[in-house]
Design a binder for this molecule. Structure first.
Ligand code: ATP
Ligand code: LTN
Length: 336
C-alpha cells in the first residue's frame, strides 16, 4: 500500500498468552495476520505473560513456555528488526495503566465478558480478581501504544469492544488521550474449531490433545489427528448447516492452500471423508513445516532470543511511558 507523504503509518498491537504451544487456531486466527501486517505497518507484538497468571501456572513450566512462545512468534515469521517484540511483564507501564483503566471500567461491563464466564466455570476453584479485570489489562496493552488496529481471532471481539469503550470514555472525561482501536479479524479462520468437538473453539489449554493441532506437532501426528477429527454421517465434502466438523476442515484447508471453497468442493466431489481428512492433514503439515524447522533452530539460540526481547522491551518502554505520563497528568497526578 502506498502512503501519502506525511501520512503516519498505522500502529498495530497484539498479544498472545504463553499458556501452551500455540495451536493452528492461534496461527490462522491471529499470528498469520501479524506476519502480513508487519510488512506495511509499525507493529508491536508481545507475549502476554501477565495475562497467563489469571489461571494457575507452575512457575518453572511458565518460564519455559514464555521463552518458547517468544521463539514460536519469531519462527512464524515475525522479524524483531521490523516489529517490536517483547514480554509484557518487562514493560511495567502495562500494569500501571491497567490500574488507571480499571478505575474507568464498570463492574457491570466486566461481568458481561463471556471469557470471564467460561473461564470461571472451567476454573471454579480459582475465580480470582485478575481473571475479572483481565480486559482492563488488555485495554492497557493496546492503548499504551496508541494502536489503530488489533489483529485477533473472533473470540477477542468483546474484549476489544471494551477497550474501545474505555478509550472513548477516558477521552470524553479527560480530553483526547487515546487512539480508539479497531479489530483486525480474518474473514476465514477467525474461529478454528476443536477437532474432537467442532462446536467448541480450538484451544491450547484443552485437556484433550486430539482436539487441537499445535504449530510444533510432527507431520505424522498432524495427519493422525486430522484422521480422528469428528465429522458427520453425510459423507459429502461440502459446506452446510449442521456440518460443523466438515465446515471447519474446509476452512482450514482453504486457508493453508489458498483455494476457494468452490474449488475445494469440486476437488473432493465424490471422494470420501477419509480421503479428504488425509489431504487436509498433509496440507497443514506441509504449511507448518518451515515454522517447526525455524523453531528448532531458534530455541537453541538463547543469546539471540535474549537480545531480541531485551531490545524490544527497551524501545517499548519508551513508547509506553510517553502515553503513561500523559495519562498521569490528565488524571491529576503531580509530576515527579
Ligand atoms: P487459552 O486456551 O489459554 O485460553 P487460546 O488458545 O484461546 O488460549 P489466546 O492466547 O487466548 O489463545 O489467543 C491468542 C490469539 O489467538 C487471539 O488473537 C485469539 O483470538 C486467537 N485464537 C485463539 N483460539 C483461536 C481459534 N480457535 N481460532 C482462531 N483464533 C484463535
Ligand atoms: N487476551 C488476548 C491476549 C492479549 C491481547 C492483548 C490481544 C493480551 N493482550 C492485546 C490483543 C491485544 C487473548 O488472546 N486471549
Amino acid at each position: 500500500m502506498s502512503q501519502a507523504p506525511n501520512e503516519k503509518k498505522k500502529i498495530i498491537l497484539s498479544g498472545i498468552q504463553p499458556t501452551g504451544v500455540f495451536t493452528l487456531g492461534n496461527y490462522i486466527g491471529a499470528i498469520k495476520n501479524w506476519v502480513k501486517l508487519q510488512e506495511e505497518y509499525d507493529c508491536a507484538y508481545m507475549i502476554a505473560d501477565m495475562h497467563s497468571l489469571t489461571v494457575r501456572q507452575d512457575p518453572k513450566k511458565l518460564r519455559e513456555q514464555i521463552l518458547s512462545a517468544f521463539a514460536i512468534v519469531l519462527a512464524c515469521g515475525i522479524d524483531p528488526k521490523k516489529s517490536l517484540t517483547f514480554m509484557q511483564s518487562h514493560v511495567h507501564q502495562h500494569a500501571e495503566l491497567s490500574w488507571i483503566l480499571s478505575c474507568n471500567t464498570q463492574f457491570g461491563e466486566l461481568s458481561r465478558m463471556t471469557q470471564f464466564k467460561d473461564k470461571s466455570a472451567k476454573h471454579a476453584d480459582n475465580i480470582n480478581a485478575g481473571l475479572f479485570t483481565y480486559p482492563s489489562l488488555m485495554a492497557a496493552d493496546i492503548l499504551l501504544y496508541q494502536a489503530d488496529l488489533v489483529p485477533v481471532g473472533a473470540d477477542q471481539k468483546q474484549h476489544l469492544e471494551l477497550a474501545r469503550n474505555v478509550a472513548i470514555r477516558f477521552n470524553n472525561n479527560y480530553g483526547n488521550t487515546f487512539t480508539v482501536p479497531d479489530g483486525y479479524i480474518p474473514k476465514a479462520g477467525a474461529k478454528v474449531m476443536s477437532l474432537s468437538d467442532p462446536t467448541k473453539k480450538m484451544s491450547k489449554s484443552d485437556s484433550n490433545p486430539n482436539s487441537f493441532i499445535t504449530i510444533l506437532d510432527k507431520p505424522e501426528v498432524i495427519v493422525k489427528k486430522f484422521k480422528k477429527a469428528v465429522t458427520d454421517s453425510e459423507a459429502s465434502v461440502r459446506m452446510g448447516e449442521g456440518k460443523d466438523g466438515i465446515n471447519n476442515l474446509i476452512t482450514i484447508y482453504s486457508v493453508v492452500t489458498n483455494k476457494t471453497v468452490d474449488e475445494i468442493e469440486k476437488e473432493f466431489d465424490s471422494k470420501g471423508y477419509g480421503y479428504f481428512k488425509n489431504a487436509v492433514g498433509e496440507a497443514v503439515a506441509e504449511h507448518l513445516r518451515p515454522v517447526r524447522e525455524n523453531y528448532e533452530r531458534l530455541i537453541n539460540d538463547k543469546a539471540y532470543l535474549t537480545e531480541a526481547y531485551k531490545r524490544g522491551a527497551e524501545t517499548a518502554s519508551k513508547f509506553a511511558d510517553r502515553t503513561l505520563q500523559k495519562v498521569y497528568k490528565k488524571v491529576g497526578f503531580i509530576a515527579k
